[in-house]
Structure formats: C-alpha cells, structure tokens
Design a protein. Structure first.
Length: 323
C-alpha cells in the first residue's frame, strides 16, 4: 500500500454551541489536509502529514491527536515565529457551517521548500494538497514546489481546491494562483460552488475541463452536498447519488470523501503512470466513489474534524446497510 502524504494547513477548529448570552466553543484539531491524513489512517491506510505547527499548546494538541490517529508526523516542523492557526465554527440547523479564521499570520504559512524531506517524494507515495496553503505568496510557492517535486518523481498528485475566500487578501483574485496548482494535479476534487467559481474565471465549465485535460489531469470529482456526485475523465463522465443521512456537522465531509478516494488509490498502489488505467475502469471507479461517499456520509453525522473521520469497519457496515 502507498503512503498518502498530506501537505498544508493544520489548525484548531473551535466549534460553537449556543449557551445563554454567548456560545461555548470546544477545540477540535482540524485543517483540510490534516483531516484527510486522519481519514486515511482511520481507514487503515498509511498516512503522513507534512507542515508547520507553532510551538504552542495548539501545536502540541495537533501533534498529539495526529499521532493518536496513526498519522506519521515525522515530516512536521515547529516554529516560534508564529502561532498555530485557529478557526471558529458556527453551525446551522442542517449542519452547514460558517467559519471565522484567525490566520494569518500562522505557523502553517511559514513552511518552505527547504523544509520538505526527500522521502516525501520517494516511490510509493501519493502527494495531496489544497488551496488554503496558497493564500500567501511564499506559502503558495512551497505548495507548488511540493506538487512539482511529486509530479517529477512520478507520484500521483491530488488536489482538493477547498476554497475559503476570507483567507485570501482582500481584492485578490485567487483563480490565477489556484490554476497553477490545478495544472499539476492528476486527481482534482471540487465542490459545485468551486466549479462555478472556476467557470466564471475561465469562461464556462467546458473551458475548465478542457484546461484540466490539457494539463494532464486524469480525474475530476464534483461534490454537491446531498446532491449527486459527478465524476469526469477525459473520455467519460457520470454521476452517482449520495447516501441519505441526517447531517449534524458538515465540517469534515469533503475531507472524509477525499480520504476515502486516496485510501483506495493507495490500496491499489497507484502512481501517475497507472492512474489513467485505473480511472478507465468505470465500474471500479464507481466502487471507489461509492466507498468515498460512504466516508463522507458518516462524517456529517458526527461533530468535529478529526473526530468525525470513520474507521474502515464502520464504512463497510454502512455500505452493507445501503446495499
């Protein structure tokens, strides 16, 4: 089985609950790439997290919880130059969330190309990243350099756009920076809103897909909450329904879905060269996406970030119940 190396932000999500005049917040370790690493590890896969934590109580908490989940943290660096990032999360009745970020400055944005360990780009590794590590120029450069190193090494490169507009400098269009990363990815996961954002900056959806195929992307998956998930390759496309569940907290749903996909890719021992053949088997691809959808469905039934990621036995039981 391959190792899934997840690069980027790790932070503390403070989830709020109404309590009298002011909400009460509970700290949950999170951050999209860190959530994906935990998702892969909880499923029984080999996962590593690559990033920078502050030398503070929240960095300690992240390191402790990643270790407890079975994630390799040997590629994590610590710094005194900035604190660990924080996010305060409120929830609507349907589980949808709203974020207030305390970032930048934060430790995760201080990771540089020189901080990467060479073993991250060794054979048998899948490299995963997202856009939240690209909201500052130097951190964006490190993200792109990591993706480039992985691509040059023949690794399967994964990218979850995970757009958070409040994190970007006011007045800056994130699209040009994000496109530089999209053009380095074999597997791209977008939400329906993110596809619409790219289409608005590119012309239309057809232009988005044409640009992705021309850059070498082999699979694009579009999630849309409880609505059907769509997938596309350069030669095919289809959709599959999601599982009906009662959502409690949607914070980690997309990360659980991506983790489910990457776990299956790692199980198959895929690299950039073999990925195209894998996605050409539409029945096998649908099985993978069904598994990933079950991971996402289970995640929304629970509160938290790391805590919401399901174990493999739970996913298999869920799939049997929905056979």
């Amino acid at each position: 089985m391959n190792t899934v190396c997840c690069f980027g932000e790790a932070l503390i999500d403070f989830h709020g609950k109404p309590s009298g005049a002011a909400p009460v917040f509970t700290a949950h370790p999170g951050g999209a790439p860190a959530n994906v690493a935990v998702a892969v590890a909880r499923l029984g896969g080999r996962a590593a997290f690559v990033g920078m934590f502050g030398r503070d109580m929240f960095g300690d908490l992240l390191l402790r919880e990643l270790d407890a989940a079975g994630v390799d943290t040997s590629h994590v660096h610590r710094t005194d130059a900035a604190n660990t990032a924080l996010a305060f999360v409120s929830h609507a009745a349907d589980g949808e969330r709203d974020f207030s970020f305390y970032r930048p400055p934060s430790a995760d944005l201080l990771f540089r190309d020189a901080d990467f360990d060479a073993s991250v780009f060794a054979a048998g590794t899948i490299f995963h990243a997202g856009s939240c590590s690209m909201t500052e120029p130097d951190s964006a450069a490190a993200t792109l350099q990591g993706m480039t190193h992985a691509r040059n090494a023949g690794e399967l490169v994964s990218y979850d756009m995970n757009l958070r507009p409040p994190l970007w400098p006011r007045g800056e269009d994130p699209a040009p920076t994000i496109w530089r990363a999209l053009e380095r990815a074999d597997f791209v996961k977008l939400s329906a809103e993110e596809l619409a954002f790219l289409a608005a900056s590119t012309g239309d959806e057809e232009a988005v897909f044409a640009r992705l195929w021309n850059s070498g992307t082999k699979l694009v998956v579009i999630t849309d909450g409880e609505r059907a998930t769509r997938w596309f390759t350069p030669n095919a496309g289809a959709e599959r329904n999601t599982f009906p569940v009662r959502a409690v907290d949607t914070t980690g749903a997309g990360d659980a879905f991506v983790g489910g996909c990457l776990y299956r890719f790692a199980q198959a021992g895929l690299d950039a060269a073999t990925f195209e053949g894998f996605v050409a088997d539409t029945n096998g691809l649908d099985t993978t996406l069904r598994f990933a959808s079950a991971c996402g469905a289970l995640a929304v039934t629970r509160a938290g970030s790391f805590a919401a990621m399901p174990a493999s036995v739970e996913v298999e039981a869920f799939l049997e119940q929905h056979a």
